[in-house]
Every structure is written in structure tokens, then in C-alpha cells.
Design a protein around this ligand. Sequence first.
Ligand code: NDP
Length: 489
Amino acid sequence: MDFSKIGRMFIGGKWVSSNNTREIINPSNGKVFAKVYEGSPQDVKLSVKAAKEAFAQWSAASVTYRADMLFKIADLIEKNSRELAEIDTLNNGKPLRDSLGDVADSVSCFRYYAGLIDKPLGQVYNVADPNTQSIVVREPIGVCGQITPWNYPLMMASWKLAPCLAAGNVSVFKPSELTPLSAIRLFEIFEEAGLPAGVANLAMGAGNTVGREISENLEIDKVAFTGGTVTGRNIMRSAAENMKNISLELGGKSPCIVFDDYDLDTAIDWALFAIFCNQGEVCSAGSRLILQDTIYDKFLDALAKRAAAIKIADGMQEGAEMGPLVSKEHLDKVLSYIETGKKEGARLVCGGFRITEGSFADGFFVAPTVFADCKPDMKIVQDEIFGPVLAVQKFHTQQEAIDLANNTKYGLAAGVFSNDITRALKVIKAVRAGITWVNSYHPTFAQAPWGGFKQSGIGRELGTFGLDEYTEVKQININLAPGKVGWFA
Ligand code: NDP
């Protein structure tokens, strides 16, 4: 990607500019390294118009054609893996190995939905009347507005666009204003693959202008959103105006429960991964560690030592394990939560500061932070911090562990570590969350549904559930004994 050129939007199959531009910052050094055109509500309206025009042809296209198109897109993403990963690392800050993983996930997402399109779909019902045969089919919803956050720029775009296009819908897509670059490159790939004009449109700009227009536009049939719970609530309100279909993937404050029968070193390894991978900027991060009292002190000691040894660096640097936070604004938010934790009386066992020495001076780096002895009502236990800050709590009985785990408004993810599989299963079944792991944390697969309970969202992405979210269900009743109904004389 040529960063000296201003990144454009892609509407109706054409690259378009606007009167305003936005500077894109590398969070590792705080420097502007690219610019993009800033769109407006008008660009959303133009995108909707283009999408509506493309819908008839795309929704009626053969499944083989649509599948071939998605396979071609997957191949092109794979071919350009390194470039796409570097774009996300420069733009978001995450280490290159994380970005490469995101690209691989995006490839498998497009391939999965390409492969799913021509599989058996629908049902045949034998209804009460033997002379009626009911068949149930799934049809595309229409124009889908899709809005994504900055933490997994390419991957979130893929999770949204692949199932949407697979099901025969058309899209008006808005990436986060902070991280639009890999989406621009993805739309170049769409163009190269030959995706018909208007099927997918890229409208860039701020959440409160472009994002708001997407959620309010009466000609958009569905909004699929990933982001914060507050924004999700606003989108839900706007969607009420024309009864838009909505799916919301929101925040979390997910528990990772460790019992004393599990190998300590292995559990520490997973607990670190659960919270510190992707700088903790993960909706499903294991940001609450719930430890059995019998291992509490020993576990914490070793955890703090390992957390302090995590290699923090510019994401482009070889061997970087954790990069900077995405922006100065987000850095300030995370630092203010760290101050809150100290004031609330949680015990800081490692980190708790911004890293500013030498080459870190202008970047947005925060040391991996662990607070112990946290109480259930503390803000650092209840609020999603979305950074490398872990809140640790102690439990004695299995029921206490479950109660602590369920004690937030969120219900996105959860993990439990125990060698007693009966206990592990009982605990995980009692935890109110949509994505759970036993003796593991974080692995995600295109084949399995992703989404949360409670205030963590509505609907599911990925898997067959993810495709269903982009379809309407229609029943077709066929009269096998044609004749008059005879209801009125
Ligand atoms: P935000 O909710 O602020 O933003 C998400 C997206 O919504 C961005 O594209 C943003 O635009 C846009 N947006 C902001 N305001 C509006 C509005 N009024 N109407 C329509 N769109 C709007 O979240 P963040 O970007 O800060 O992302 C972090 C959040 O995302 C965390 O809470 C995290 O848990 C959640 N998340 C959830 C995931 C899940 O699968 N459940 C996965 C990843 C993140 P812009 O950025 O341009 O302002």
C-alpha cells in the first residue's frame, strides 16, 4: 500500500474522495504515517443507493458464482498476507505475529462462507393440513450497514463482509476512523477479484456522522455492529425507526477461573494469554482472573514475574510480544482506570504505568498490569477497560467461583481450568457467557458461533449461526389440492 497517497472510499465500484482528510497515526511512535478521505452522511446515502442497485443482481446470482468470488477474495487476501499484516500493525500497533494471525483468520472466514453457500439450506414441514406442503427457505435481507471497531481491523471486516455477501446481501461498510487502512486494501482486493460494483461499499468517517447515518438510514435493512455497549445501545435505538434487523457484538469483562488441581505453570501461561494478547484490546479478554485460595499467592507471584517479562515493543520489531495501545485517547482511558484501581484499594502487583523511556517516549505503551485482592463492586472489576489490566479475585468454593464469574452486566466469554472434567463442565455451564473454554482461552474458529449473553450483545457471528444472521426466513405453502377455499358464500 502506498501511504503517500490519500486513502479513498469505494462507492458503487468507484474510488471516491471528499473535501476533508483524516490523519492516521502509528501508535508505536505517535507519528502520522498516512491520510484518508473523511466521508460524510452523504457518502453513506450514495453507498446505499449503489448497494440497492446492485442487490437484485447479486442476490439472484448463482451460489457457485458467489462462492467462486469469495474463494477468489480469500486467495487474494492470502497472497497479500504480509502487506495486510504490516498495515494493521502500523495502524493498530499490535505485533506483526498477531496481525499475521488476523490475516489467516480472515482467509479462513472467507473460505468458510464460500464453502457454506451451496450446502443444504432450508426445511420441509409436514403441517396439520395434509394437503399443504410447507417449505422454509432463507433469503438475503437486503442492504446491510456494517460497523467495526479498531482492535482487529481486517479480521472484523472479514467477519462482517464474508457472511453478508455469501448470503446474497449488499453492504455499506464503515471501519473505525482510527484504523481504516486494511479495509481500503481489502476493497482493492474486492475490485481485483471482480466483485460487481455496488455489492460492497466502503464509507469512511467518524462514528457520530457516518456511523450514525448508517444506523439511522431508513433504506438500510440491517445493521451489524461490533463495538462498545454504549454505542450498541444507541444503534439499537436508531434501528427502531424502521425496525432494522440488528446484530450487536459488544463488550465484555470475562472471567478466567483456575482451580488448584490444574498445572500451575500451564494455567499461568493461559491466564497471561487471556488478558495480555493484543494488548488486552480484545472484547473477550480474560480480564478477571478468579483464583482458588489454595494457589492464590503462589500463582500471583509467578504471574506477576511473567507479566513483567513480556517483551513490549513497536509491533514491527522482531520478537515483539505486546505493542502500544491504539491511540492517545485510549491510553488515557486505560491509565485513568489504573489510577481508579489504586484508589479503590486493589493491590497492584505489577505494571500500573505508561512506558516512556527511550524509543517508547512518543508511543502509547502501557506495562502489563495486575491488580490483586479485587472486590466485586470495584470499577476495575465491573467496567471493560479494554487494555492490559487484569483484576484478580479469590474464591474458596466452586459456587463462589461461579457467583464471582457471573457478577457483571456482561456475558461474552469465560474460561475454566481444572483437571476434573466433571467440575469444569459444571462450572462452565453455570457461567452466563456465549463463548467459553475448558483448559484453554481465546482460540476462535470460523466454524463456531461467536457472541454474548446479557449486555455483551445480540445475535452471533461466524459458523452457520453467522450466516443465518444475514438471512430472512420465508415459509412457502404449496396447496396440493388446488380448488376454491369456499369461506364466503
Ligand atoms: P465504539 O463503540 O466506540 O466504536 C465501534 C464502531 O462504532 C466504530 O466504527 C465507531 O466509529 C462506530 N461508532 C461510534 N459511535 C457511533 C454511533 N453513534 N453510531 C454508529 N457508529 C458509531 O468502540 P471502539 O471502537 O472503542 O471499540 C472497542 C469496543 O468494541 C469495546 O467495548 C469492545 O468490547 C468492543 N468489541 C467487541 C467485540 C465483540 O465481538 N463482541 C470485538 C471487538 C471489539 P469511530 O471509531 O470511527 O468513531
